[in-house]
Design a protein around this ligand. Structure first.
Ligand SMILES: Cc1ncc(COP(=O)(O)O)c(C=O)c1O
Length: 377
């Protein structure tokens, strides 16, 4: 019999628990909501969303999104400040194309989202990493780094960071924007976990700072609906938006994802996005609790701070190399992501990332027990 062809990016064997995996579990993807939103949209006698789209993205979708964001952010968001993307990854790629050239410097957090590092490498960018602590970016280190070089942009994940789970406090956000104005660099705030606060609400979106002229907030439906939608948004001022929407690729292709945007518009307008986020907060919040309890009970030798939101536990394995641990853990059918992957300086070797996104509570407990058995040896 032929083996089935692959659809999803990750293909984890059935009996393996990869606690490092950062994608949502299939059970968390809201097929019913997407089915009824699609039925609603396809049931209208309008077919403009099958046409090349306006460069900035479907106006009605942006209006629905702006209406959704305004009460959640606590300040007015206008459809004119939003640009529709195919998710954060391609938004970052587009921003690199339009705002940088090979050899330019960009600043990132240490640790940072490792796949963003891959995108920056594709553009030949020189990455300088700034140390973080429990409160995110260490501002003194940033000030120091700015004496050495000025980046084209600083890329940060300000809320429930991947992988550390840390959230940057309001006063540091303010200082970052002031520094960006003073030294003329952009702040690209990747806010993909902004809505997934379980025991804490993070400070409001960096979208509040777009009038500074230096700030671009990027966000996505990947973690609040489904990554397969490949849909997201960028929030910035008119200068940035104009530069983006007049670029060659959009001139040729039209706006991104008009078809998906039209369906997600129905899902926002009928209130299902709100419901889905509440559901995720409930399920993932419980999983964080379970993972915390399991770690405390079975792995008392590691250090971590329980995250208040997002997907990740950032665990310090003390004097052990996490890549070695990952190799050993394979034999116990359990996985993790070694910290070195999140470092642009090949450091953080004693850290690893665990996630609550891909496994249910029982599987998380089982996975931690497997890690315990592995660590016993
Ligand atoms: C911090 C961060 N940014 C971006 C992404 C990817 O976003 P998208 O699916 O919108 O490209 C992820 C996914 O894991 C992430 O953790």
């Amino acid at each position: 019999m032929n083996s089935p062809l692959q659809i999803a990016q990750t293909n984890i064997p059935h009996d393996f628990i990869d606690l490092g995996a950062g994608e949502p579990q299939l059970d968390l993807l809201p097929l019913d909501m997407i089915r009824s939103a699609a039925a609603h949209r396809l049931g209208q006698n309008e077919k403009e969303f099958l046409q090349y789209g306006v460069e900035q993205g479907d106006g009605y979708f942006r209006a629905a999104l702006a209406k959704f964001l305004t009460p959640r952010y606590g300040f007015p968001v206008s459809h004119e400040q939003l640009f529709v993307t195919s998710g954060i990854s391609s938004a970052l790629d587009l921003l690199c194309t339009l705002f940088t050239k090979p050899g330019d410097t960009v600043f990132v957090e240490e640790p940072t989202y490792f796949l963003a590092l891959r995108i920056f490498a594709d553009h030949g960018l020189r990455v300088v990493s700034i140390r973080t602590d429990e409160s995110g970016l260490v501002m003194d280190d940033l000030v120091h780094a700015l004496k050495e070089s000025t980046p084209k942009f600083t890329y940060i994940i300000p809320s429930f960071q991947n992988p550390s789970g840390h959230t940057l406090p309001p006063e540091c956000r303010k200082q970052l924007v002031e520094l960006a104005q003073k030294h003329n660099f952009l702040v690209i705030a990747d806010e993909v976990y902004q809505f997934l606060g379980y025991t804490q609400t993070p400070p409001t979106s960096f979208g509040a700072e777009i009038d500074s002229g230096q700030v671009i907030s990027v966000n996505s439906f990947s973690k609040i609906l489904a990554p397969g939608l490949r849909l997201g948004w960028l929030h910035s001022n008119s200068t940035v938006i104009q530069k983006i929407i007049t670029c060659g690729v959009l001139d040729s292709a039209g706006g991104l994802n008009p078809f998906t945007s039209a369906i997600v518009r129905s899902l926002i307008e009928n209130g299902d996005l709100d419901k889905n986020i509440s559901h995720l907060i409930n399920v993932l919040g419980k999983r964080v609790q379970i993972m915390d309890e399991a770690l405390r009970e079975h792995l008392p030798q590691v250090n971590y701070t329980k995250p208040h939101g997002g997907y990740f536990f950032w665990v310090q394995s003390l004097d052990m190399d996490a890549q070695e641990l990952q190799k050993k853990a394979q034999a116990y059918n359990v996985g993790l992501r070694p910290g070195v992957r999140f470092s642009s300086r090949n450091s953080l070797t004693d850290y690893f990332r665990l996630s609550v996104s891909f496994y249910n509570e029982d599987e998380i407990k089982k996975g931690i027990l497997r890690l315990r058995d592995c660590l016993k040896t």
